[in-house]
Design a protein around this ligand. Structure first.
Ligand code: HEM
Length: 425
């Protein structure tokens, strides 16, 4: 009951401030069907570091976002620490581990450094090179199973990254749909928990995930294989249960909830820019540049937040310790001081890689290289297989403001019977 009242108060305050034009509340209250980029441009017109009446600051500037992310006087905080509505769940006297909030994504040095180091070896350029062939196979297998009408997101874009990360972790096949459901529930809460229903859904999801991963951890302890979970339980046997469950969960959910949207946003960009389809289908190198431009122009992670741990000066403003600074990565990626004609989609743009879609500094995305390969292979092979792919109904958007992407995107292949016969012969 207490939380229901807290949620109502929170929603009312945020919506009220959003109506008054507050930048922080504006982002938080944005409806999934509205164009966030128009709002970010309004913020940009007000400056590089805009004060919110909710006690936060918002930055659309690439320079400020980048400098904050690389500055160790700024730290991350969990929802509970940031004194939003507490969301921690305790079951039978034991904390149920939240794979996002309790993971190293939300930790600061030295814990962050210690935990990130344990899994870093699986994401080196060498390790990724070894994975590329298996990613190609996964993509080809999923393409083989598609009919002439399908949902791009649930039938393809989410299947590929789920299988890639599940393989890396050592999770057997057959859980795709469950992971997709858990992933959506977690992603929805990344920018805050706004209702009692959402909190209950989150608690059910993390309880189910804890039960699931405990079984796998036990199996891998008994019979280790060549995967991340086995590596953690055998080579780092002193790791606490909380760190083990959170680290594997972070990799699992960060591994697909983001990449699914890179693929989905990429397909939408190809539909909006039909001249890109032929080169995308013909050239793997073009696909790499295409992916970089999608990451810049329509990034799956739209913003992140940091808090100064001491009073400091930023962009000419004196910030008190603990003031939230919302870094709008998606707006920084359109900073006209860095990117010419920033709202145009140009896969040949020479400095697209200066985007902040993967953040920067110590929390720079550990899976950046992996998702770049997945995105480029998936988009290249998809349009190579179905050059006539077209939208076949309205897009339904994800409900999160932090994660941007399609939840459903109906498509048809437009393949004639003849071209199908040629392909099969
Ligand atoms: C297009 C796909 C992806 C995007 C846009 C993306 C974006 C991001 C961003 C923005 C952050 C940092 C957030 C912050 O600074 O607060 C991050 C961190 C992270 N990402 Fe990704 N990510 C993607 C794919 C992946 C994949 C495939 C994996 C795993 C296999 C992954 C694992 C992680 C992890 C573990 C962190 C935490 C890093 C740390 O705190 O040190 N991500 N990601």
């Amino acid at each position: 009951m207490k939380t229901a009242v807290q949620f109502l108060a929170l929603r009312t305050i945020v919506r009220g401030y959003a109506l008054l034009g507050d930048p922080y509340a504006g982002v938080m209250a944005l409806s999934p069907n509205r164009d966030p980029y128009a709002l970010y441009e309004k913020v940009r017109a007000r400056g590089d570091l805009v004060r919110s009446r909710m006690g936060a600051y918002v930055s659309p500037s690439r320079e400020i976002c980048d400098s904050v992310l690389r500055d160790n006087r700024f730290i991350t905080a969990t929802f509970d620490e940031a004194s939003m509505v507490p969301i921690t769940l305790v079951r039978d006297g034991e904390k149920v581990v939240n794979p996002v909030q309790d993971s190293f994504l939300m930790k600061n040095p030295p814990d962050h450094t210690r935990l990130r180091r344990l899994v870093q070896p699986f994401f080196t350029p060498r390790a990724l090179k070894d994975r590329t062939e298996s990613i190609r196979r996964i993509v080809a297998n999923h393409l083989d199973g598609l009919g002439d009408r399908f949902d791009l997101v649930s039938d393809f874009a989410s299947q590929v990254p789920i299988q890639v990360i599940a393989d890396l972790l050592g999770i057997p096949d057959g859980h795709q749909d469950t992971f997709a459901r858990w992933g959506s529930a977690l992603a929805e809460t990344l920018d805050g928990v706004w209702s009692h229903k959402q909190l209950k859904n989150l608690h059910t999801t993390i309880s189910e995930y804890n039960d699931f991963i405990d079984v796998l951890i036990e199996e891998r302890r008994r019979a280790p294989q060549d995967d991340i979970v086995s590596h953690l339980v055998t080579r780092h046997a002193d790791l606490s249960r909380e760190d083990l469950v959170a680290t594997t969960g972070l990799l699992l959910f960060a591994g697909f909830e983001t990449t699914v949207n890179l693929i989905g946003n990429g397909v939408l960009k190809a539909f909006e820019n039909p001249h890109t389809v032929a080169p995308l289908a013909q050239s793997p190198e073009y696909a790499e540049g295409f992916v970089e431009e999608v990451l810049r122009l329509d990034p799956p992670v739209q913003y992140t937040i940091r808090w100064p741990k001491e009073r400091l000066e930023l962009g000419g403003v004196s910030l008190a310790a603990g003031t939230p600074v919302m870094l709008v990565l998606a707006a920084a990626n359109r900073d006209p001081r860095v990117f010419d004609n920033p709202s145009a989609f140009d896969p040949a743009r020479s400095n697209a890689r200066e985007h902040l879609a993967f953040s920067a500094g110590i929390h720079y995305c550990i899976g950046a290289g992996l998702s770049r390969i997945e995105g480029a292979v998936a988009l290249h092979e998809l349009f190579k297989r179905f050059p006539g792919l077209a939208q076949d109904g309205p897009v339904a958007r994800r409900r999160s403001r932090l994660i941007r992407g399609a939840l459903r995107l109906p498509v048809r292949t437009n393949e004639t019977k003849r071209s199908l016969a040629v392909r099969q012969s």
